[in-house]
Design a protein around this ligand. Structure first.
Ligand code: TRP
Length: 446
C-alpha cells in the first residue's frame, strides 16, 4: 500500500475515527434517547455497552482493517483465504456496506435539517425567536420539498468528500475541525449549566433510577452504543485499513471511545439544563428535541445569533465527518471490484441513497400513517439498522476475532500488555458476544 493511502501521523486516524463516531448520534440522538428512555437508567446501560461491547468490537474492526488493508468486504475475504476459513465471512462486509447506505439515507435527512438551520438563522440573525420554536420545526417537517432540498445538499457534500478519497479528503479536514468542535461544545455546555437548570440535569442523567429500566430501554441503549461508536458495519474497519503500521491499537481505541462518550455526555449537559428550565420544552420530545430547544435558548444569549450559527455549523461538520464513514465501505469495495473512478461510484450510490431517503422524508409528513408492523418508514429503518443490523454485524465481528481467528493473531495486532489483554479477550469472547446475543434475542421476541 502506497504512503498516500496511510493516515499521516497517529493522531489523524484517531481524529478520523472520532470524527466518524462523533456526530448527530451524540448531539442530536443521545439527548433525545435519554429523554425518551427514562434518563439515568438508559445512560448507565449505555455506558456499560460502550465499555463491554463497544471497546472489543471496535478493536476487532481496526485489527481486521489493518490486516486486510482493503475495503471491509475484501479485508474479510483476505482473512478468510489466509486463515482458510469459510468463504461466507465476506458477507459480513456486505451486510455492513448495505447498513451504511441505509443509515446514511435517513442520517442525511436530519443532517440536512441541521444544515438548513445554519442558512436560515444566519441572514435573519434570530430576530424572531418564535420562528425557531416548535412551530418552525414542525412546519419544516411538514414540507417534503424543503426536506428534499436539504437532504440533497447534504448528500452532495458527502459524495464530494468521499469522491476525493479518505486520506486526502478526510484526513486533512478532521485534523483541524475536530479540535474546534471539542472546544465549542464544551463552551456551550458551560454556558447552559450557568443559565439553565444543571441540578435537575445531573440528577436526571446520573442518579440511578432502575425503575425506568425496561427491556426496550436496554435494547435501545445497546443500539445507541453501536450507532454512536460507528461500529458493527465496517466504517471503522474501512478507516483501519489506512492506519500507520506502528500505531498502537489499544490506546487508539481507548482514545476514540473516550472522546465519543465525552461528547455525548457533554451534549446532554449542553441541552438538558435549557429544557428543564423552560416549561415549553418537553424532555421526551423525541427527534425534534435539539431543533426546538437550542435556537430558543440561544436567543436569550448575548450574541445568540452568532453562537447559534456556529453551533449548527459545527453540528453539520460533525454530521459530515460521520456520513463519509457510512459511505466509505461500499465505495471502497466498488472501487476495488469494478476498478472505476471513485467519483462515478459516489454518484451512483448517492442517487440510490437519495431515493431511499425520500421514504424517511415522507415519514414526517404525507407518509406518517403508512405503517408496517406499527413502524413508519423512518422508525422501521432506524430499528432495522440500529437494533438489528449493527448488533448482528458486531456479533459476527466479535465471533471472528474472539473464536475463529487464532489468539496469537489478536495478541500480535493488539500489542497491549498481557494484564490488559486478558480481560479484553475474555470480554470479547464471553461478555460482549453473550450480551449482544441476549439483548438481541430478547428484542426479537419482545
Ligand atoms: N456514529 C455516528 C454518529 O454518532 C454515525 C455513524 C457514522 C455511524 N458511521 C457509522 C453509525 C457507522 C453506525 C455505523 O452520529
Amino acid at each position: 500500500m502506497s504512503n498516500s493511502k496511510i493516515w499521516k501521523g497517529n493522531s489523524t486516524f484517531i481524529l478520523a475515527a472520532a470524527g466518524s463516531a462523533v456526530g448527530l448520534g451524540n448531539i442530536w440522538k443521545f439527548p433525545y434517547m435519554v429523554g425518551s428512555n427514562g434518563g439515568s437508567a438508559f445512560v448507565i446501560v449505555y455506558l456499560f455497552c460502550i465499555l463491554i461491547i463497544g471497546l472489543p468490537v471496535m478493536a476487532s474492526e481496526i485489527i481486521i482493517g489493518k490486516y486486510g488493508r482493503k475495503s471491509p468486504i475484501n479485508s474479510l475475504k483476505k482473512i478468510s483465504i489466509d486463515f482458510q476459513l469459510n468463504k461466507g465471512w465476506k458477507y459480513l462486509g456486505v451486510l455492513g456496506a448495505f447498513a451504511g447506505v441505509l443509515i446514511l439515507s435517513y442520517y442525511s435527512v436530519f443532517a440536512g435539517i441541521a444544515f438548513s438551520y445554519v442558512f436560515n438563522i444566519f441572514p435573519s440573525g434570530l430576530e424572531n425567536p418564535s420562528k425557531y420554536s416548535t412551530n418552525y420545526f414542525s412546519s419544516f417537517a411538514a414540507s417534503p420539498l424543503k426536506l428534499i432540498l436539504w437532504h440533497s445538499i447534504f448528500i452532495i457534500f458527502t459524495c464530494f468528500i468521499v469522491g476525493y478519497g479518505v486520506v486526502k479528503g478526510i484526513g486533512r479536514s478532521v485534523s483541524f475541525l475536530m479540535p474546534i468542535f471539542f472546544i465549542f461544545i464544551i463552551m456551550i455546555a458551560i454556558y447552559s449549566s450557568l443559565i439553565g437548570d444543571i441540578d435537575s440535569t445531573l440528577f436526571f442523567l446520573f442518579n440511578p433510577n432502575f425503575s425506568a429500566l425496561t427491556p426496550q430501554v436496554i435494547v435501545s441503549a445497546m443500539g445507541q452504543a453501536f450507532f454512536s461508536l460507528s461500529i458493527g458495519m465496517g466504517a471503522i474497519m474501512a478507516y483501519g485499513a489506512y492506519i500507520p503500521e506502528n500505531q498502537l491499537i489499544g490506546k487508539t481505541v481507548l482514545s476514540i471511545i473516550l472522546l465519543d462518550t465525552f461528547v455525548a455526555l457533554i451534549a446532554g449537559i449542553a441541552i438538558f439544563p435549557i429544557v428543564f428550565s423552560n416549561s415549553d420544552l418537553m424532555i421526551n420530545a423525541g427527534p425534534s428535541l435539539i431543533f426546538e430547544t437550542l435556537p430558543v435558548a440561544f436567543y436569550s444569549l448575548p450574541f445568540g445569533n452568532i453562537f447559534s450559527v456556529l453551533f449548527f455549523v459545527l453540528l453539520s461538520i460533525a454530521a459530515l465527518s460521520s456520513s463519509i464513514s457510512l459511505l466509505e465501505p461500499f465505495t471502497a469495495w466498488m472501487e476495488e471490484k469494478f476498478k472505476t473512478e471513485r467519483r462515478i461510484i459516489v454518484c451512483i450510490l448517492g442517487l440510490l441513497i437519495w431515493v431511499i431517503g425520500l421514504g424517511s422524508i415522507f415519514s414526517f409528513n404525507i407518509g406518517q400513517e403508512i405503517k408496517f408492523f406499527g413502524f413508519n418508514f423512518l422508525e422501521g429503518l432506524d430499528y432495522l439498522t440500529n437494533n438489528i443490523m449493527l448488533p448482528m454485524g458486531g456479533f459476527f465481528i466479535a465471533l471472528l476475532t474472539g473464536w475463529v481467528l487464532p489468539k496469537s493473531f489478536l495478541i500480535k495486532y493488539l500489542n497491549i500488555k498481557k494484564s490488559l489483554f486478558k480481560p479484553l479477550y475474555f470480554s470479547l469472547r464471553y461478555i460482549s458476544i453473550g450480551a449482544i446475543l441476549l439483548i438481541f434475542l430478547y428484542s426479537a421476541f419482545l
